[in-house]
Design a binder for this molecule. Sequence first.
Ligand SMILES: *[C@@H]1O[C@H](CO)[C@@H](O)[C@H](O)[C@H]1NC(C)=O
Ligand SMILES: *[C@@H]1O[C@H](CO)[C@@H](O)[C@H](O)[C@H]1NC(C)=O
Ligand SMILES: *[C@@H]1O[C@H](CO)[C@@H](O)[C@H](O)[C@H]1NC(C)=O
Length: 146
Amino acid sequence: MALKGSYSTLLLSLVLLGAWLALATGRLPNPAKDQFLRRHWDNPKTQATNNTAYCRLLTRCRGIYRRNNTFIHAPTDAINSVCTNGGRPISGNRRRSIRLFRLTICKFNPNARNYTGKSLFRRIVIICRNRFPVRLVRPIRFRPWL
Ligand SMILES: *[C@@H]1O[C@H](CO)[C@@H](O)[C@H](O)[C@H]1NC(C)=O
Ligand SMILES: *[C@@H]1O[C@H](CO)[C@@H](O)[C@H](O)[C@H]1NC(C)=O
Ligand SMILES: *[C@@H]1O[C@H](CO)[C@@H](O)[C@H](O)[C@H]1NC(C)=O
């Protein structure tokens, strides 16, 4: 049955996510850091037939279905380094990445109840705490003079 199938896919995704997080974050739990990865990190990008299907699957298995979200397809080291030598401070505690990241931007349309997903290659603006990302502010276009 299709429903059963997608349910076990979901369970498998959750198990795999747990394993990835354990690998990515080491032994010491850090709630803010774990939450950032859980919400935004998917590397390598999980396969799906198209970005609409991708957004539906990923937001479901991360527990953020029906919300807009951006997924980052890059190693955790590269993302974390935006808080140190891979980023530049902008206003307040915001930092923008020096490098560009492969992203999937998922926008939920509440009327049609579907997702529109876009693949982009952009710099990101994040908020860091204790040298780790805690919030993704937005992707920004590449501007060579920055
Ligand atoms: C995306 O793929 C699904 C099947 O997984 C299909 O039903 C849907 O029409 C596709 N959407 C687009 C926008 O191509
Ligand atoms: C999600 O993005 C769409 C399109 O940009 C926007 O209209 C909508 O308000 C956003 N939803 C939320 C919950 O922020
Ligand atoms: C979402 O639904 C709207 C309205 O039914 C439709 O126009 C749009 O193409 C759909 N988007 C996707 C990505 O399937």
